[in-house]
Design a protein around this ligand. Structure first.
Ligand code: UD1
Ligand code: CA
Length: 473
C-alpha cells in the first residue's frame, strides 16, 4: 500500500513586502488566491490530509483555506494557528501535535506563496522520497536571479550540505544559482524527532525550516534534491512585482492549454482567462479579452476585442464585440455590441441582438428580438421578434421601486420611446416613435403618445422680415 501523505501549507507569514492590508496569500492571480492555487496543486497530487498553518489575519486565512479545500475536494483538513511568527521552522513546530496524531508516514511542506507549483512535480517529489527512503526530498531549481531565495550548499563532489538563506549568505554563497523552492517531503518520524533541534541563531532571529536539511544530514540521514524542470514553477510571491510575474506565467499556462484544445487567440498576451472558465473548440478570442468566474463559451463564438465576460454562458456562434457581460445567459447566434453592457440576470435568447451602447439588466430578450442602438432595458420581458428603436428605454424605477415591462411577440417600438413601468405591450403592436407609454397597449394596436404637431405656414419669411426691420431702425 502506498504511504499516506499529509501536506502542510505555510500561510501564517506577515507578507510585509506586499505592503497590503490584505493577507499576502489571499492576493489573487487569474481568479484564485495564491493559497487556493497551492491547495489545488496539493489536491491534484492526491495528498491524503491537509494542515494549514495560519497566523497573520488568522480567521480570514482559515476561512479561505477551508473554502479552497472544499472547492478542490480535500475532505480532511485542519487549521492550526501560529500566534507569533517566528519563522518557517516555527510554523511547523506549532503543527507538531497534529502531525503526531496523523497516521500519515510522510509530510509534504509547501508555502502558500508559491502558486505556480505543479501537481506533477509534487507527485515526483513524493515518489522520490518514497522510493529512495529519504528523510527529506526537497525541490531545488536553477535560478536565473536567485536573489532572496535560500541557496543549496554542496561539497565539491556535489553532496548536499544544507541551505543558506540570502540574509545569512556570504558573497561566495550568494553566487550559487541552485536555489531552494521551499517545497519538501519529509519522513514524518525523522522530521518530528529532529524538529526541536532548530534554533533561531541567524540573521533574522527566526527558526528556519531550511536548517532541517543540515540537521538531518548531520544525523547521517539520507536527503536528496529534485531539480525543477522549469524555474518559474518555484517562483515565490513576496512582493507585487513577483505577483505580476506569477500572474504572467499562469496566464501563459492557461492560454496555451486553451489554444492546444482548439481556441484561437490573436494575441495571447492580451487575453486573460481565469482558472474556472471553459471554452469549446473553434472559439476565436480577439485582443484584450478578459474571461472571469465560471464563464462557459460554446463553439464558433468570436469574442472581443476589448471585452470582459464574467460568470456567463455564451451559446454557439455568438459574437461579443467591445462589450461587458456579467452573470448573464446568452444563447446561440446572438450578437452583442459593440459597446453593450449586459448586467446580471440578462437572458438573451437565440438570434437576439443587443447592439451599440445598449444596457440590459435582469431581463429576458426573446428569440430574434433586436435592441440595436442606444437603449436601456431593465426588469423587462420581451417576446420573440421584438424591435426596440434607437434611444428607447424602459423607465423601470420610480425612485422607490423597480417595475416590470412586458413587450409581446412581433411588436415594434419606434425610436425614442419611453416605456414607463409597470406597463405591458401586447403582441403585434406598433408604438409610434417619440411616445411616452404609461398605459398598457392591447394586441394588434397602434399606440401614439406624443404631443400633436402644429405647422404654421408661411411663417419663417415673415419672421425674418420683421427682425430685419427691427435691426435697420
Ligand atoms: C523561504 C525559504 C527560502 C526559499 C523560499 C522559496 C525559509 C527560512 N526560507 O523564504 O529558503 O528559497 O522560501 O520561496 O524557509 N510563514 C509562516 N510562518 C512564519 C514565517 C513564514 O507560516 O513564521 C509562511 C509564509 O506565509 C510563506 C512561507 O511560510 O507562505 C514562506 O515564508 P517567506 O517569509 O515567504 O519565506 P521566504 O523569505 O520566501
Ligand atoms: Ca516566500
Amino acid at each position: 500500500m502506498q504511504a499516506k501523505t499529509l501536506a502542510v501549507i505555510l500561510a501564517a507569514g506577515e507578507g510585509t513586502r506586499m505592503k497590503s492590508a490584505k493577507p499576502k496569500v489571499l492576493h489573487s492571480i487569474l481568479g484564485r488566491s495564491l493559497l487556493s492555487w497551492v491547495v489545488g496543486a496539493c489536491a491534484d497530487a492526491r495528498i491524503d490530509e491537509l494542515v494549514c498553518v495560519v497566523g497573520n489575519q488568522a480567521q480570514k486565512v482559515e476561512e479561505a483555506c477551508k473554502a479552497a479545500a472544499a472547492k478542490h475536494g480535500i475532505a480532511q483538513i485542519s487549521v492550526v494557528e501560529q500566534k507569533e511568527r517566528k519563522g518557517t521552522g516555527h510554523a511547523l513546530m506549532v503543527a507538531k501535535e497534529i502531525l503526531e496524531q496523523s497516521d500519515a508516514q510522510n509530510v509534504l511542506v509547501v508555502s502558500a506563496d508559491s502558486p505556480l507549483l505543479k501537481a506533477t512535480t509534487l507527485e515526483k517529489l513524493i515518489a522520490m522520497q518514497q522510493s529512495q527512503a529519504l528523510a527529506c526530498a526537497l525541490l531545488s531549481f536553477n535560478a536565473s536571479n536567485p536573489f532572496g531565495y535560500g541557496r543549496i550548499l554542496r561539497t565539491a563532489q556535489g553532496d548536499m550540505l544544507g541551505i543558506v538563506e540570502e540574509k545569512d549568505a556570504s558573497l561566495e554563497e550568494k553566487k550559487i544559482s541552485e536555489a531552494n523552492a521551499g517545497v519538501y517531503v519529509f519522513d514524518k518520524s525523522a522530521l518530528l524527532y529532529h524538529l526541536s533541534a532548530l534554533s533561531n541563531d541567524n540573521a533574522q532571529g527566526e527558526y528556519y525550516l531550511t536548517d532541517m536539511l543540515s540537521i538531518l544530514l548531520n544525523a547521517k540521514l539520507p536527503c536528496g534534491a529534485l531539480m525543477a524542470e522549469d524555474e518559474t514553477e518555484a517562483l515565490g510571491v513576496n512582493n507585487r512585482v513577483q505577483l505580476a510575474h506569477a500572474a504572467k506565467v499562469m496566464q501563459r499556462r492557461i492560454n496555451e492549454a486553451h489554444m492546444l484544445a482548439g481556441v484561437t487567440m490573436w494575441d495571447p498576451d492580451s487575453v486573460f482567462i481565469e482558472a474556472d472558465v471553459t471554452i469549446m473548440p473553434d472559439v476565436e478570442l480577439l485582443p484584450q479579452v478578459i474571461l472571469e468566474g465560471n464563464t462557459h463559451i460554446e463553439s464558433n463564438c468570436v469574442i472581443g476585442p476589448q471585452t470582459r465576460i464574467e460568470s456567463s454562458y455564451i451559446g454557439e456562434a455568438s459574437l461579443v464585440e467591445e462589450s461587458i457581460v456579467v452573470q448573464s445567459r446568452v444563447e446561440d447566434r446572438v450578437s452583442i455590441g459593440p459597446r453593450a453592457y449586459l448586467r446580471p440576470e440578462t437572458h438573451m435568447k437565440s438570434q437576439s441582438k443587443a447592439g451599440t451602447h445598449v444596457e440590459i439588466k435582469k431581463s429576458v430578450i426573446g428569440k430574434g428580438s433586436k435592441i440595436p442602438h442606444l437603449s436601456y432595458v431593465g426588469d423587462a420581458v420581451f417576446g420573440e421578434g421584438v424591435n426596440l428603436g434607437a434611444g428607447s428605454i424602459t423607465c423601470n424605477y420610480d425612485g422607490f421601486k423597480k417595475h416590470k415591462t412586458v413587450v409581446g411577440d412581433q411588436s415594434f417600438i419606434g425610436s425614442d420611446t419611453m416605456l414607463v413601468a409597470p406597463v405591458s405591450i401586447g403582441n403585434d403592436v406598433i408604438v409610434a416613435a417619440g411616445s411616452t407609454i404609461t398605459e398598457d397597449v392591447p394586441d394588434d394596436a397602434l399606440a401614439i403618445a406624443r404631443s400633436k404637431q402644429v405647422n404654421k405656414e408661411a411663417y419663417v419669411s415673415k419672421l425674418r422680415e420683421k427682425l430685419q426691420a427691427n435691426t435697420s431702425e
